[in-house]
Ligand binder design. Structure first.
Ligand code: 3AM
Length: 183
């Protein structure tokens, strides 16, 4: 079985910029900079036959390249209930267009449609409940002006997520170019 997701990798300069925010928050499990990514769609565990169907469907996705800007910080859950800290993505119609194309390609490949609304973000840290709300508030204030980019997005990627003792690592399996149909 393969645990898969589809995402957009970030240029080294952007990863470096984000990693400068990755300290000063007690209880945070920081994502390693090489693992920073913007998820387009989580797939989960599938067998190799389904993975090949997914690959073939993604090969047929046609969407234009675009630029993205990361802007500000947010969290899933608030205060002491915060579970993930993330960098936000400045509103981008081309990103939503690509995400919709990827979603319909996966449904064509036989996967169940995603029920949850797409919420673009780059996870910076997971919080296990030990971070005091006041420290999180201060961290957000100190780092809330985070801005990276604009940077070009000319492909998206199928990743394998390998669960390990120190957290998941993400391995690119296949890149799919943006910018028109290529034989
Ligand atoms: O983009 P981020 O880092 O927020 O949390 C996982 C990570 O999200 C998420 O998929 C991305 C790559 O692993 N993920 C993990 N398990 C998930 C699940 N069961 C999930 N998303 C939805 N459902």
């Amino acid at each position: 079985m393969l645990r898969l997701f589809i995402g957009i990798g970030l240029p080294e300069g952007v990863r470096d910029g984000l990693s400068r925010c990755a300290s000063g928050l007690p209880g945070a499990r920081w994502v390693a900079p090489e693992n920073y990514h913007l998820t387009l769609r989580f797939i989960g565990e599938v067998d190799e036959g389904v993975a090949e169907d997914v690959n073939e469907a993604l090969d047929l996705v046609v969407a234009p390249p675009f630029t993205l800007t990361l802007d500000g910080l947010g969290s899933f859950g608030k205060g002491h209930k915060a579970r993930a800290l993330w960098a936000g993505v400045a509103p981008s119609d081309p990103l939503l267009h690509l995400q919709a194309k990827v979603e319909s390609a996966l449904v064509r490949a036989g996967l169940a449609p995603e029920e949850r609304k797409y919420s673009p973000h780059v996870t910076l840290a997971y919080l296990g409940g030990e971070t005091p709300a006041e420290k999180l508030g201060r961290y957000m204030e100190a780092n809330g002006l985070l801005r990276e980019g604009p940077f070009p997005v000319d492909h998206f990627t199928l990743y394998e997520s390998v669960l390990g003792k120190t957290g998941p690592t993400y391995h690119p399996l296949q890149d799919y170019p943006l910018g028109g149909w290529q034989p």
